[in-house]
Design a protein around this ligand. Structure first.
Ligand code: MN
Length: 392
């Protein structure tokens, strides 16, 4: 089985940077859509795919384990570098092998399969609205226009561990796979995507046309697409270092690779002529500088870690979303209110599930905290309905 790949990424019409990244390194293909601040999203999606690629090339573990390694790398960088604290990314990757593909997925980028005239979404979005659709609370059409449709319930790099969706997909000659960030699917309907995929034979041209369609529709977000055509013939797919025919590239070629977030180095060294004289003094100065660097890095790292924590608690007698941890060190509060809701804390605490609200309900990121708030609201509504029903 041979694979022909087309890839296109674009900043769109509105955003100031492209936080999407892609990986076309046969037999591995991926898209990642970063989020979190000015630099955060870009760093997160690139670092995730660089780590995935490195692990894949080194053949360490399964594809899902390689994705979990990418999660750890992004999480560690986020904790170590204040400038990108709290960053995260989606990641949807496919490894073609034998007569099929292995698919791994976290977030709301998507994989589709076009086969015999029908387009099927292979991945399930890890979003709040998708959860609501599954619970029967809203329809898929309502989800498409829901104000919180971008809220992720799962992402890569925002927590020490991540659950990775996995599936095997059998492939047939003539199949066309599409990996894309939500900048495509939020702008272009599945009907339009299918029409473009069906009308455009070369993979690269199809990728370009999909990006153009998203831009024509408004291009509100960064757009990234990878189109993979399954061709006949016995030519073994190229693996690793033998990938002569494969175009390769991590991330937007227009972007410089992220600089490593190493805390301040470059203090005086023993070789510094201004420190000539007693070697013992030099050694003492170097040791002192090292201690200061370690202390500063430790405090900075801790601060960044705290800022990456979220929980739901009570503020001014209302349910509130907090950034930080519910603790005080040396009289210093380690959290602040991010959002105070209109839900009365006492109402929530009356439900057994939220009796410990005052102590703080841990959340996996801000999105997750908002999901918890949403859940509290729904549970209260449900309880109100039940109470009314009982009274009638
Ligand atoms: Mn996006």
């Amino acid at each position: 089985m041979r694979i022909e790949a087309g890839v296109a990424t674009d900043i769109g019409q509105v955003r100031e940077g492209n936080e999407d990244s892609y990986l076309v390194e046969p037999p591995l293909f991926a898209v990642a859509d970063g989020m979190g601040g000015h630099r955060g999203g870009e760093v997160a999606s690139q670092l995730a795919l660089e780590t995935l690629e490195a692990r894949f090339r080194a053949s360490t573990g399964t594809l899902a384990e390689q994705v979990r390694a990418a999660n750890e790398a992004v999480f560690a960088r986020s904790a170590a570098d204040r400038k990108v604290s709290g960053m995260g990314t989606t990641l949807t990757a496919v490894q073609v092998r034998g007569d099929g593909a292995h698919l791994v997925h976290v977030g709301d980028s998507r994989a589709y399969l076009l086969r015999a005239g029908s387009l099927r979404q292979l991945t399930q979005d890890h979003t709040l609205v998708q959860r609501m659709v599954q619970a029967g609370e809203i329809t898929a059409e309502e989800a498409d226009v829901h104000p919180h449709r971008n809220v992720l319930t799962r992402s890569l790099g925002t927590d020490p561990e991540v659950v990775v969706d996995e599936q095997d997909v059998g492939l047939l000659e003539g199949d066309r796979l599409l990996l894309c960030s939500d900048g495509l699917t939020s702008m272009v309907t599945e009907g339009q995507i299918q029409a473009i995929l069906e009308a455009t034979p070369p993979a690269q041209e199809a990728a370009d046309r999909l990006v153009r369609a998203a831009n024509n529709a408004g291009g509100v977000d960064n757009i990234t697409v990878v189109v993979l055509d399954v061709l006949g013939g016995d030519a073994e797919q190229q693996v690793g270092e033998g990938s002569a025919g494969g175009s390769a590239g991590t991330g937007d070629p227009g972007h410089a690779p992220p600089s490593p977030g190493v805390p301040g180095t470059g203090g005086p060294t023993a070789g510094d002529p201004t420190f000539g004289g007693s070697r013992r003094v030099v050694r003492w100065v170097v040791a002192a500088v090292a201690v200061v660097v370690v202390l500063v890095a430790g405090v900075t790292g801790f601060r960044a870690w705290v800022d990456g924590r979220w929980y739901v608690g009570a503020a001014n007698e209302h349910v509130a979303v907090y950034q930080g941890i519910p603790a005080t060190v040396l009289g210093l509060e380690l959290s602040h209110v991010d959002l105070e809701t209109d839900i009365l804390a006492a109402d929530a605490e009356a439900l057994p599930l939220y009796a410990n609200l005052a102590d703080g309900l841990n959340a996996n990121g801000r999105d997750d905290a908002l999901t918890i708030v949403d859940q509290i609201r729904r549970d209260l509504r449900k309880q109100a309905r039940t109470a009314r029903g009982a009274g009638a």
